[in-house]
Ligand binder design. Structure first.
Ligand code: CA
Length: 360
């Protein structure tokens, strides 16, 4: 009796569900969305721009054509660094870039891209998805009417290209290096001269000696940029960008106009993009590194331990200064540090011990 009663009730519930699902969404299901996505990358730029292209393609496929997105490279519709404003003002529905580009507007955004000596890609994902980081990111962007999604990661970058060897922290004194963001502040604290140079001009500046060093991304990208023709030494690891997150941003107004299933499509496509980019870099970097070393005679160097120790100390000061600079940064930093106290010991027990075990 009880079972039959339950089944009966379930049947009614199911029928009620069918009615509910059958009506309102039928109108929404027919609605088509034509969106624009502006990006900070040159059009179809390897991995990063390609990732934005794929993201649009996946969203169209998963929504069965209900959302169509036209992707614009940086400068095609708005300047690369105008992406956030365009989404915030609702000029376009979507953007793709990295949170640290908006540091001038909200310094705390840098925690959602890269922190020198901060989280690597795996730790970053753990903090964002599992440790409350993404919620803080959403909160930060909410004031601007923008909804952020993690949508890519470079993995640990390379330390950069130098035209002289770095043997001690003193070698940074007077060094003119293209290195943006918090990493640049660390280099400046070490006595260097951190400069900003647009991507397209780095090679010429390095070749002509306008700058002594530059960082970019990793072997796959750096090979394509041709830096090996202008600088001899290629240093690792990229302490300044240990797992840089790329972001997809959506205008809050456009986001709220979507039915729940299409919101889920966009969110899921961003998760896919996050994994795709990291896998793409990891799959390609070593082949490019071998080509740089074996074919082009690049001198591969690890930063000496003393240099890394010194830079780490300076980086902690830079990040603490940032946290003290505004209330939003203070709040995000507190979450970042609290998570670090949990994730670092676990990474030691799991990933690090395992990698060391491979070498015994
Ligand atoms: Ca970089």
């Amino acid at each position: 009796m009880e079972r039959r009663s339950f089944l009966k009730k379930a049947g009614v519930a199911a029928a009620a569900g069918a009615v509910t699902f059958g009506k309102a969404p039928a109108v929404l299901a027919a609605k088509k969305y034509k969106w624009k996505m502006v990006t900070t990358w040159p059009p179809h730029f390897p991995v990063l721009g390609e990732g934005a292209d794929y993201l649009a393609q996946w969203i169209e496929e998963m929504s069965d054509g209900r959302i169509k997105i036209h992707v614009y490279g940086g400068g095609e519709l708005v300047p690369p660094l105008g992406v956030f404003d365009a989404v915030s003002q609702g000029t376009v529905e979507m953007g793709h870039g990295a949170a640290y580009y908006w540091a001038g507007k909200m310094p705390a955004s840098q925690f959602f891209a890269a922190v020198p000596f901060g989280f690597n890609a795996q730790q970053m994902n753990a903090w964002l998805y599992g440790g409350g980081g993404w919620d803080l990111w959403k909160e930060l962007y909410a004031d601007f009417g923008v909804v952020p999604f993690p949508a890519g990661n470079t993995g640990v970058q390379m330390g950069g290209w130098f035209n002289k060897e770095i043997k001690s922290l003193d070698d940074y004194k007077g060094l003119k290096m293209r290195i943006p963001g918090l990493g640049g502040k660390v280099v400046a604290k070490a006595g260097g001269n951190a400069v900003l140079v647009a991507g397209g001009e780095i090679y010429t500046n390095l070749d002509r000696g306008v700058i002594d060093a530059t960082e970019w991304v990793g072997p796959y990208h750096d090979l394509k940029m041709g830096f090996y023709k202008a600088a001899k030494y290629y240093y690792y690891p990229g302490w300044h960008e240990p797992g840089t997150v790329l972001e997809c941003i959506v205008s809050k107004k456009a986001w709220d106009s979507l039915p729940k299933d299409l919101q889920a499509v966009i969110e899921t496509a961003c998760w896919r993009s996050n994994l795709w980019m990291l896998s793409e870099f990891d799959a390609k970097n070593n082949d490019s590194l071998r080509e740089l070393v074996d074919k082009h005679g690049v001198q591969l160097r690890k930063f000496p331990d003393d240099v890394l120790r010194g830079l780490h100390k300076l980086a902690n000061e830079v990040v603490a200064d940032l946290a003290a600079s505004d209330p939003a940064s203070k709040k995000v930093y507190a979450s970042y540090q609290a998570f670090r106290e949990k994730i670092d010991p676990w990474t030691d027990i799991s990933e690090r011990t395992y990698m060391e075990a491979l070498r015994l």
